[in-house]
Write a protein that binds this ligand. Structure first.
Ligand SMILES: *Cc1c(COP(=O)(O)O)cnc(C)c1O
Length: 400
């Protein structure tokens, strides 16, 4: 297993693996195949009884009153914010270390995104940074549970209570996570999950908005289907009438029964998936923590992370290359790797408007060091050992 002495694959040496290890791969079994086939055979493939089943199961799994299944987490974030009826100039505070769609959703809902820096250990929104970013126009706090490690919610919820703000969570990474014994989905006023192909449970494309607030759930449901007061399942079944009313300028964000059939299987498997992710994280940490070039991700004692990502940070001070080259060298060793995330204010669309270089030093420093290593239930222990061997090999070659 020790391949440190061999030359780097990037320099013509033999790679740690003969075949590429994917960065991410979903876990499907016979159950998913049968569930999708049964929807096809039923003759009802769009939003219908399977979606209703998944909504009940999701709400039950996190102890929330309502779940609205949608075709993405992006859609869930959009309708959650749209349901709050933001007024022009209303501000939504979120993290610079997220996917662009978190911030797009704020813009689409008519809000003004405001970024606040992240904490050095978890890379989640720093409650102190949020306090500093508050203005009279702040309406919503939008923490992102980075990598599946829950953000420090109690200080954020307290701040929201004191100031009359709403907390909407981007839980795209956090299906199956818990904070101080409470499941993610039971913390803020609205929680948005992603069931995209790479996420902890997947329906291909898909997402859900989970909330205890009936007004938010009802409004989101109407907005997500053309602003109509009844969905197609209600209109086309024998017991339903043809009549409906349009009461808002809505969107087309509904989930299909084909997707929900996958989601029901995946939700059942989620606890097992998380257990496997946790074991893989522990294995990677045991293999990597002693290397002086690697800062491994840690979990706070009061959370159960979902380990959607395993992001290491490189101590580049002790290396003769930067993150980009290190990452390319890992790819040459046949290890799929990625970076989460390019800070929001580095993108052309947001640059200047949402911040300049130097405004969010913790996120910016993390970005220069971050490498996401593969972690997913379909990985074997041997796969994880290959990841460890490749990181140790590349680090050893670039030690100053
Ligand atoms: C994947 C992701 C999203 C978007 O999820 P979709 O279901 O693809 O819309 C939003 N936020 C974060 C942090 C993500 O990683």
């Amino acid at each position: 297993m020790d391949r440190i002495g061999e030359s780097l694959a990037a320099r013509g040496g033999r790679p740690v693996r003969d075949t590429p290890l994917a960065f991410s791969r979903p876990s499907f079994g016979e159950e998913e195949t049968r569930a999708v086939a049964s929807v096809l055979e039923s003759g009802w493939i769009t939003t219908g009884p399977r979606v209703a089943d998944l909504e009940r199961a999701l709400a039950g799994s996190v102890g929330a009153a309502h779940a609205v299944c949608l075709d993405s987490c992006t859609a869930a974030l959009h309708v959650a914010l749209a349901a709050l009826d933001l007024r022009p100039g209303d501000e939504v505070i979120t993290s610079p270390l997220t996917f662009c769609s978190t911030v797009h959703a704020i813009e689409h809902a008519g809000g003004i995104p405001v970024l606040a820096d992240v904490e050095p250990d978890t890379l989640n929104l720093d409650p102190e940074g949020v306090k500093a970013a508050l203005t009279a126009r702040t309406r919503v706090l939008l923490p992102v549970h980075y990598g599946g490690h829950p953000a420090d919610m109690d200080p954020l919820l307290e701040l929201a209570r004191d100031r009359g703000l709403t907390v909407v969570e981007d839980a795209a990474h956090a299906s199956g996570a818990a904070y101080r014994g409470r499941p993610v989905g039971s913390l803020g006023q609205a929680t948005c999950f992603s069931f995209y192909a790479t996420k902890n449970m997947t329906t291909g494309e898909g997402g859900a908005l989970v909330t205890d607030r009936q007004d938010l759930a009802e409004r989101a449901r109407i907005l997500s289907l053309h602003g109509m007061t009844r969905d197609a399942w209600g209109r086309y079944t024998a017991s339903g009438g043809w009549h409906y009313d349009v009461v808002a300028s809505g969107y087309k964000y509904n989930m299909t029964d084909l997707e929900a059939a996958l989601g029901l299987c995946q939700l059942q498997k989620l606890p097992g998936f998380i257990t496997r992710r946790r074991a893989l994280a522990a294995r990677l940490t045991a293999g990597l923590a002693a290397d002086p070039a690697v800062l491994v991700p840690t979990a706070r004692g009061d959370v159960e992370p979902a380990w959607h990502l395993y992001p290491i940070r490189l101590r580049t001070e002790g290396l003769d290359v930067g993150r980009d080259r290190f990452l390319e060298d890992l790819r040459a060793e046949n290890i799929g790797v990625s970076v989460h995330f390019i800070p929001i204010h580095h993108h052309t669309h947001f640059k200047g408007r949402l911040g300049a270089e130097g405004d969010f030093p913790v996120a910016e420093d993390a970005f220069r060091r971050l490498v996401s290593l593969p972690i997913y239930p379909a990985m074997t222990d041997a796969d994880a050992d290959d990841v460890i061997a490749a990181v140790l090999k590349v680090a050893a070659h670039h030690r100053r």
